[in-house]
Design a binder for this molecule. Structure first.
Ligand code: FAD
Length: 424
């Protein structure tokens, strides 16, 4: 077959930026059409943000299940070359023939690592755990996540105590090299798929909702980590001011979203995410009362069934009304949540133990080369040949839609590869 390729035949054909669910899906799909892929991820592990969630809606299963299957597929796939702690530094050339220069930061830990953890035990230095939104700390020698891929520790040299090499001395497997330097690598590719995902909107910018000022106001992303066994409270949902289980929680939808002063668009997943959070909150704390304040409850397509299921028993109180203000009772840490009921126009103020802000998604386009065109909100438009966005950097979406979008982006990238092949 004239067009058939082997992993070794003509170099690497597609570059995928971002190892979340979208990037992983784009990479796997492209290799199943006999294409070679370099998949780069800027953090020390694949998985992206979806694996940080406690559970997935609609099935309410742990996100690590699906991801483990993807990791196995990558492990067995000689056509995918994964490089973590890597970013695209420069892109030159034209669609069908780009030269991409990658900058790879040192991990300081190699494939000899067995995850024994001896390095972390002796490590004297700590750093904020970014995965847990800074609510906990890790040692400077740390495992990026329980399901890390590649399954090795990493060392954050910036957090190390100067001159310390306790980790090197403790490692029985010669897995640590503190002198490792950054590297550069050039790859020739026909197309680039950016699957660089999303960041949570900075809740401190929504001053009226009290985040950063009121101790018991958290974001939806923090809530996922609080409920997770690998989170800062080992899965116990506690209110931050006194580490007590909350007796009442307000879920505040569209925190900054659909608001001309913040994010004018709808992030598409926040309503389903909050409904999901009420289910695991009720399971852990059956006595806890939950109220969800919303403008419109948007659970598109099949997620409407999820909405019906979650709300069927009346365990969550739904109030159609935008929250205008959250204030703290300094003596107790309780929150006074003020909203305007949409149907009556009446202002209501209610006391809660805790509030969860459903902050929206901001597309993560930082560091992307010129040629990727963002729309007015920052999401990639995919209007240029050879450069395609996939997943949440293209449009806000839940996991299933991100995977579908990534499959589409992989197909378009493959078209660039095929155009460059000799015709047989
Ligand atoms: C609170 C909350 C709860 C949610 N719960 C669910 C749920 O239950 N079910 C569901 O289906 N969906 C849920 N979602 C949506 C889900 O998180 C997204 O659909 C999913 O994360 C999209 O994956 P992605 O690969 O597009 O982006 P991401 O998960 O953000 O992955 C992007 C990856 O790219 C990397 N990266 C970024 N920039 C670069 C760069 N320049 N170079 C290299 N790598 C880079 C990042 O480190 C990251 O690993 C939830 C969302 C929120 C906000």
């Amino acid at each position: 077959m004239a067009n058939a390729r082997t992993p070794q035949s003509e170099g690497l054909d597609i570059l995928v930026l971002g190892g979340g669910v979208a990037g992983i899906s784009a990479a796997i799909e492209a290799t199943e059409a006999s294409c070679n892929v370099t998949l780069i991820e800027k953090s020390p592990t694949l998985g992206g943000r979806a694996v940080r969630n406690h559970q997935y809606f609609p099935k309410l299963c742990p996100p690590s299940c699906g991801m483990e299957i993807n990791f196995q597929r990558i492990r067995k796939n000689p056509r995918i070359h994964v490089i973590t702690q890597a970013e695209l530094e420069r892109l030159e050339g034209v669609p069908g023939d780009f030269q991409a220069t990658l900058k790879i930061a040192p991990r300081h830990v190699n494939a000899n690592c067995t995850q024994c953890g001896a390095c972390a035990v002796v490590c004297p230095a700590e750093r904020p755990d970014e995965v847990n939104c800074g609510l906990s700390r890790t040692k400077s020698a740390y495992l990026p996540s329980l399901t890390a891929y590649p399954p090795w520790y990493a060392i954050d040299r910036q957090a190390c105590v100067e001159g310390c090499h306790a980790c090197v001395d403790a490692c029985q497997y010669a897995a640590i090299d503190l002198q490792q330097q950054p590297e550069r690598k050039t790859v020739r590719v026909a197309a680039v798929v950016a699957a660089t995902g999303w960041e949570s909107y900075d809740a401190t910018k929504i001053a009226n909702l009290g985040f950063g000022r009121c101790r018991n106001v958290v974001t939806n992303v923090m809530m996922e980590r609080m409920a997770s066994l690998s989170g800062p409270t080992q899965g116990k949902i506690l209110r931050p001011s006194d580490d007590q289980p909350p007796r009442s929680v307000a879920f505040v939808q569209c925190a900054g979203s659909r608001d001309a002063n913040h994010l004018p668009y709808c992030s598409a997943v926040c309503c389903s995410a909050s409904l999901k959070q009420t289910t695991y909150l009720h399971r852990q704390l059956p006595e806890c009362k939950t109220t969800l304040f919303y403008i419109d409850l948007r659970t598109p397509g099949l997620l409407q069934d999820f909405y019906s299921k979650v709300t069927a028993d009346g365990s969550v109180r739904l109030i159609k009304g935008k929250v205008g203000k959250i204030e703290e009772d300094a003596a107790t840490g309780d929150l006074i949540v003020t909203a305007e009921e949409a149907l009556t126009g009446k202002k209501i103020s209610t006391r809660f133990d805790m509030a969860v802000l459903a902050t929206g998604m901001v597309p993560n386009t930082q560091g992307l080369p010129e040629g990727f065109h963002p729309d007015e909100f920052g999401f990639l438009t995919n209007e240029d040949k050879g450069l395609y966005g996939a997943g949440c950097v293209h449009r806000p979406s839940e996991v299933v839609s991100s995977i579908r979008d990534a499959t589409g982006a992989a197909l378009r990238a493959l078209q660039c590869v095929v155009e460059g092949l000799p015709r047989g």
